[in-house]
Design a protein around this ligand. Structure first.
Ligand code: S3P
Length: 179
């Protein structure tokens, strides 16, 4: 029986804000995988990328997912690159329903433009719009392969999307709201 909800998807698709609303509604714990990684490393995500490199970040991410996948009654906001490692997907799938959040490249650009400095995958790009399109194109199959179901977050309010997710989970065999 699956007793966690894991939100996956590209940067700026609303995993954190959705996750917080959903966790509050279910009275479950909200877990941000990036925050766990930063805690483990003792430094910020941009510092991990700058000082230790992306591979070191991905190794910490694998460890963070391993830890979090053991828990129960959690809404887990995964970083945008979690799905790139099949071991992460396999571990999450044992205990969690994976919900893919999507948004148009324009929405992603708008949502990420204010805090691009905190997103190393976008910081160095001279043309962020093109970078977002390229990354999205490359990653789409990874996201789709990981997802149990998909929700587009571009067009609806957080409340509407939360209700959509809860409705879908009610009909999802093998998921238990009671944890
Ligand atoms: C990343 C997304 C970020 C964070 C890191 C790498 C990615 O998380 O894990 O900067 O590769 O897409 P968010 O999706 O929460 O911004």
């Amino acid at each position: 029986m699956k007793t966690n909800i894991a939100l996956v998807g590209f940067m700026g698709t609303g995993k954190t804000s959705m996750g917080q609303v959903l966790a509050k509604k279910l009275i479950w714990q909200f877990v941000e995988v990036d925050a766990l990684i930063e805690q483990m490393a003792g430094k910020s995500t941009p510092d991990i990328f700058a000082q230790d490199g992306e591979i070191a970040f991905r190794e910490l991410e694998i460890e963070a997912i391993k830890q979090v996948a053991r828990g129960k009654k959690q809404v887990i906001a995964c970083g945008g690159g979690v799905v790139l490692n099949t071991i992460n997907i396999a571990r999450l799938k044992k205990t969690s329903v994976l919900i893919l959040l999507t948004a148009s490249p324009e929405t992603v650009l708008k949502r990420t433009s204010a805090d691009r400095d905190s997103r190393p995958m976008l910081t160095a790009a001279s043309d962020p719009a093109t970078r977002i399109r390229e990354l999205l194109k490359y990653r789409r199959p990874y996201y789709e392969r990981a997802a149990d179901f998909t929700i587009n977050t571009s067009k609806h309010s957080l409340e509407q999307i939360t209700d959509q997710i809860i409705e879908k989970l009610r009909n999802y065999e093998g998921f238990n709201f009671q944890g």
